[in-house]
Design a protein around this ligand. Structure first.
Ligand code: OOG
Ligand code: NI
Length: 491
């Protein structure tokens, strides 16, 4: 009898990302257009930039790269999400409180499930921004609404017992045999499909008056993927091409402005929420067809991960930009943004590293001028050489020529940028808000509910990783490895 193929967590993750993408493409046709344009942008970028294009991730990684966004209602639901993603080698990283992210706020707290090890990220970096409603926050909900929300959410089942059983088994056994894996992936994908069940109109509208996000989470008896985001290497180019195709984008690219210096953190933009048909049950018992604008198409470009110091500088710069650009046009905002950026960040990547603002690993450059492992090809599915690095072959001064021309056989150590793998609360709140037609209502005079990273870890029943610590650990490991290979003290 032939041995059944066994899928490891990363293979489940890569397969799940593909399966969700196929499903979402059927549900939201504009997403397929976005993927097409993203591929064009990336292909052109690689053609014009050569090896430099892959400094923040191989083109194979970037092509397959997606992040999803989901929204759930209760600690029980988010702990089940943690089990499903745990099976795929995705762990909760970071805590985001979007209830008071500047003026735009939504009644949720969030984390991101993602691979944390460098090799795992290189195999497939799929991540899911996961938000959870806070019904106990009095700035948004009355005590009576909280009670009815708890009742409604407590009565629904988002993830069935078969799915959870397979998830637990995969996590315990480090993967699943092919037949079980197929079933797991089918059930997991289905759990995030848009439901055609009629929605209680009065309840939905009541929640929508508080926040459209609250209605999307607590007004419906099922959940769904809210968006699935491809990564591009040039988001300004993407924005222009989508606009040229007649697709209305939100007015701005969120995050750092376009400028001459190194790209840091994350820049995101999206096309407006789509009107999708939904069935409602009216208070007098009729079933009617209506439409809802909740889901949208987002796209992102990723830059260098910033250290705590770099991030503090970023936050200060954004605050200044907000203040100075209040009421300005988008073009003016860009100009002010570039001016502030020039004052805040160095234009050279070397200076960013030297000033301790960004994370950089130490890579050994062998005598062929290539960083270890990068030469091994990996196909679209993320299969291939497991030793492959995720961070591309980069250094600040073109390593490929450095080793080759010198003709020496001694390995050199070069610095390579670490790509930002997480999210930004401000741009998340902006993405949430810019797609909502209803303003919602928040009573700032009321007190919120205390929620922090420890609370989230308790709800998840798992450790919540700190993104800064993950990046710092990656840098430290690279130092140790480089030092050991060279036979020197890492100091
Ligand atoms: C999540 C919004 C956050 C991002 O990319 O920052 C997000 C949501 O709309 O549920 O996905
Ligand atoms: Ni997103």
């Amino acid at each position: 009898m032939s041995q059944e193929k066994f899928l490891e967590p990363w293979q489940l993750r890569a397969a799940f990302a593909r399966s969700l993408s196929d499903m979402y493409g059927k549900e939201v046709p504009a997403y397929t257009t976005l993927l097409e344009v993203s591929h064009e942008v990336n292909a052109d970028f690689v053609a014009t930039h050569g090896a430099d294009a892959e400094r923040l991730g191989s083109i194979d990684r970037v092509t397959a790269e997606r992040h999803g966004a989901i929204r759930v209602g209760t600690p029980t639901e988010i702990s089940q999400v943690a089990r499903i993603f745990g099976a795929m080698g995705m762990h909760p990283v970071g805590f985001y409180d979007l209830r008071d992210a500047s003026s735009s706020s939504v009644p949720v707290i969030s984390t991101a499930f993602r691979p944390v090890e460098r090799d795992e990220l290189a195999r497939n970096p799929f991540r899911v921004f996961t938000s959870m409603l806070v019904p106990g926050d009095r700035r948004f909900f009355t005590a009576d609404q909280e009670r009815r929300l708890d009742e409604f959410l407590g009565a629904r089942t988002l993830f069935g017992p078969d799915l959870l059983r397979l998830a637990d088994r995969a996590e315990a056994e480090g993967g699943l045999p092919a037949t079980a894996a197929e079933e797991f992936l089918r059930l997991a994908t289905e759990a995030f499909e848009l439901s055609r069940e009629p929605v209680d109109q009065a309840w939905y509208r009541e929640l929508e008056a508080v926040s459209a996000v609250a209605a999307d989470i607590g007004g419906i008896a099922s959940t769904h993927i809210n968006h699935l985001t491809p990564r591009v290497l040039d988001i300004d180019d993407l924005y222009a091409r989508m606009t040229a195709r007649g697709i209305t984008m939100i007015p701005a690219i969120q995050g750092p402005p376009a400028w001459e210096g190194p790209d840091v953190l994350l820049r995101q933009t999206s096309f407006r929420a789509l009107a999708e048909p939904r069935t409602f049950r009216t208070p007098d018992g009729r079933v009617i067809e209506d439409s809802l604008r909740v889901r949208f198409g987002e796209v992102e470009a990723r830059g260098i991960a910033l250290t705590r110091e770099g991030r503090a500088a970023y936050d200060t710069a954004v605050a200044e930009l907000d203040e100075r650009a209040a009421g300005a046009t988008e073009a003016e905002r860009q100009t002010i943004g570039r001016e502030i950026w020039h004052r805040t960040f160095p234009v050279s990547e070397t200076a960013l590293a030297d000033q301790g603002l960004g994370y950089f690993t130490y890579e050994l450059l062998p005598d062929d001028g290539r960083i270890g492992g990068h030469g091994s090809p990996v196909d679209d599915n993320g299969r291939g050489d497991h030793d492959r690095r995720g961070d591309g072959p980069g250094t600040h001064d073109r390593p490929r020529t450095a080793g080759a021309s010198a003709g020496t056989r001694a390995p050199r150590v070069v610095r390579a940028p670490v790509v930002y793998e997480d999210f930004l609360p401000r741009s998340a709140a902006g993405i949430f808000q810019s797609n909502l037609t209803e303003e919602g209502a928040k009573d700032a005079g009321q007190t919120g509910a205390d929620r922090d990273d420890d609370w989230m870890a308790g709800a998840l029943g798992r450790d919540l990783a700190d993104p800064f610590e993950l990046y710092a650990r990656q840098v430290e490991r690279s130092r140790q490895t480089a030092a050991a290979t060279l036979g020197v003290d890492p100091e």
